[in-house]
Design a protein around this ligand. Structure first.
Ligand SMILES: NC(=O)c1ccc[n+]([C@@H]2O[C@H](COP(=O)([O-])OP(=O)(O)OC[C@H]3O[C@@H](n4cnc5c(N)ncnc54)[C@H](OP(=O)(O)O)[C@@H]3O)[C@@H](O)[C@H]2O)c1
Length: 242
């Protein structure tokens, strides 16, 4: 009975993860949504009987703390189940028109709060609560834009604040891959680029269906071995240069 925990599941790639994982009755799913998300009809439509829909604003430490209390309750049906796969999927791309010469402090802080501090605190606090399994797989949803090599080849360069926050998430992954292992020697932490997907964030230019990207990411996740920790993968399983 693997347990998956996914953030940001009311739409986009998070919703597609729940949809695909819910097809197997052996999967337990903790699907989180921001407390502001009121229209959960799509999520309820794809959820399985073993899906727990909980709220968590990943940019807020008190919200993460109360989510962890609820998750502990949801997973404690006699004996405590632990999370085998943590998918730090929730993310924001604010003010994509801003360049390195016009970064807005509010937008940059907000992107760091969701895209970097969220995955950091969620891992830290789930670990402290004893909710991560000994061989947990943690996927930090990054972007090709967070790759120095990929961004260097882009003309023109775009989404400066978002790209900077995803590069920081990549560095968080490198640190977590060692820090989490000190507590859980079997843990594997990776960064993942989902490709340009047809979601609200991916927009009009996107080429990939969420179904294809998420199917690929789940295959990569399922095949991760101990030696993969701290690496950056494309949804296809190819390694992405930092
Ligand atoms: N789509 C792409 O082409 C693409 C490419 C590269 C990387 N990515 C990454 O893939 C991930 C998913 O993207 P997507 O395309 O599915 O984007 P999306 O359609 O915009 O969905 C983003 C999800 O994150 C949630 N979210 C935002 N801030 C949150 C917070 N503070 N707490 C909890 N949930 C929050 C949103 O909730 P609300 O509905 O309440 O806002 C929504 O469910 C993101 O990390 C993104 O950076 C996407």
């Amino acid at each position: 009975m693997p347990v998956y925990c996914i953030t940001g599941t009311n739409r986009g790639l998070g919703l597609e993860f729940v949809k695909q994982l819910a097809q197997s009755s052996t999967n337990t799913i903790i699907a989180t949504t921001h407390p502001r998300a009121t229209d959960l009809a799509d999520l309820h439509a794809v959820a399985s009987p073993s899906t727990h829909i909980l709220t968590c604003d990943v940019s807020s430490i008190p919200s993460i703390q109360s989510f962890i209390q609820e998750a502990t309750h949801a997973l404690n049906g006699g004996h405590l189940q632990k999370i085998d796969f943590l998918l730090n999927n929730a993310g924001v791309n604010l003010a994509p028109q801003q360049t390195s010469l016009s970064l807005g402090p509010d937008e940059l802080h907000a992107q760091f709060a969701v895209n970097v501090l969220g995955p950091a605190k969620l891992v830290e606090l789930l670990l402290a609560a004893g909710l991560l399994s000994p061989s947990v797989r943690i996927l930090n949803m990054s972007s090709s834009l967070g790759s120095m090599q990929f961004s260097s080849s882009l003309r023109p360069r775009w989404c400066a604040g978002y790209a900077i926050s995803k590069a920081a998430l990549n560095m968080l992954t490198v640190h977590q891959s060692e820090d989490v292992r000190r507590e859980l020697p079997g843990a594997v932490v990776v960064a993942m680029a989902p490709g340009l997907c047809k979601t609200r964030m991916g927009g009009e230019e996107a080429v990939l269906e969420p179904r294809e990207s998420v199917g690929g990411m789940l295959r990569v996740l399922g095949g991760l071995g101990s030696e993969d920790t701290g690496l950056f993968y494309q949804w296809t399983g190819e390694k992405v240069p930092w």
